[in-house]
Design a protein. Sequence first.
Length: 420
Amino acid sequence: MKKHFILLSLLLSILTASSRISAQPTPFIYDFVQSFHEGFAMVMKDGKCGFIDRTGDLIIPYVYDYASEFRNGYSVVTKDGKKGIIDRKGREIIAPEYDGYEIGRGFSEGLVFIRKGKQMAFVDTMGQTVIDMSAYSIRANEDSLVFGTADPSYSFHDGLAAVKMDGKCGYIDRNGNIVIPFIFDYAGDFQYGISYVQMSYNKPVFIDKSGMIVYDPITKVRLIMGPLQGDSIIYVVKTDDTADVIDNTGKTITTLSCRAIWDNLEDTYIVSVSHGKKRQLYKDGKNIWRIREIDDLGYGMKDKSDRKLTSLRYRTMAGFSEELAMALKRKKAGFLDSNGKVVIPFKYRMADSFREGRARVVKGKHCGFIDRTGKVAIPFIYDDAISFSEGLAAVKKEGKWGFIDKSGNFLILSEEEKVQ
């Protein structure tokens, strides 16, 4: 009888322990997430968005339909179809009561543009009006007021904002003074003291902050690239299939035979250059020109002396990130160094560029992470994953998301998150 009692007690202990284990909260609790930025990550549960910090604490509750990542300490949020802006403490600096076209993308140089009917203004981070734009008498049928390099940016850059009035664009300063008159058909954002504007016939020129023309491409322009990622070099692709490489004073550094441009990942640019049946890819990194080439056989790489480093055997080559470039060969992904040497073999179904010493790779149907030596740092056990940012990566399993560190340890959730 005593023996049966002991066995029953052991069985009850095992069942109780099993119950406790199964009751432990799973680290995969989010329906959707964004990467960490400025110490916070947007997370979604039950159709609502909030923010957690890097310790897993829920800092901003689940009250928004959507939220952008934090930029300069602020996030643009959407609630009941209306947009507003919150700070890192969750305070609504701009209440969510604006349609998408009525508010800018966020604070830039301490100001953001808002409009409500005929009332338009730039407001500061206290929500106070700094520039009353109503005095500019914008025509009622104008869809937007401020113009950026691709679509409306509604923001200040280099102390100036592009403003449209009665069908023409000009620039104002942070006091609302007109600095460059309303004479342009289009006006871009200033960066590094230079901006492009459209005078007429879809032909842009570049001006400085005094409004003086510093560069005129002569022919029509098909594409402008830069400055991006801290690089003041600008590429201007013209309709005659040449690209002028200019600096932020408008001076032409060189002219390339060029049909298209891509931005690289490390403060550099990749330029696709037509050359007979081949296209050579020029990468400017710290004033060092390297050459990569492509033809019908695939991508390859040359050095700045035109010495061939690899044959043309890769289907795709990404830009260099952390000194390695991802490439595809026979439907498998691997990594090359700047000399064209294969340093991580081609054995993955898919791969992202390196971030913070880790690269997301796909093997079979699952994701994992490798280090720069090719060693598996985090095993292939996830259905999906997002590259590392601020020391953490989002991973997905069975339809839910969580976060791990570079050793694969899960982010410890706050008590508030555990019980939800």
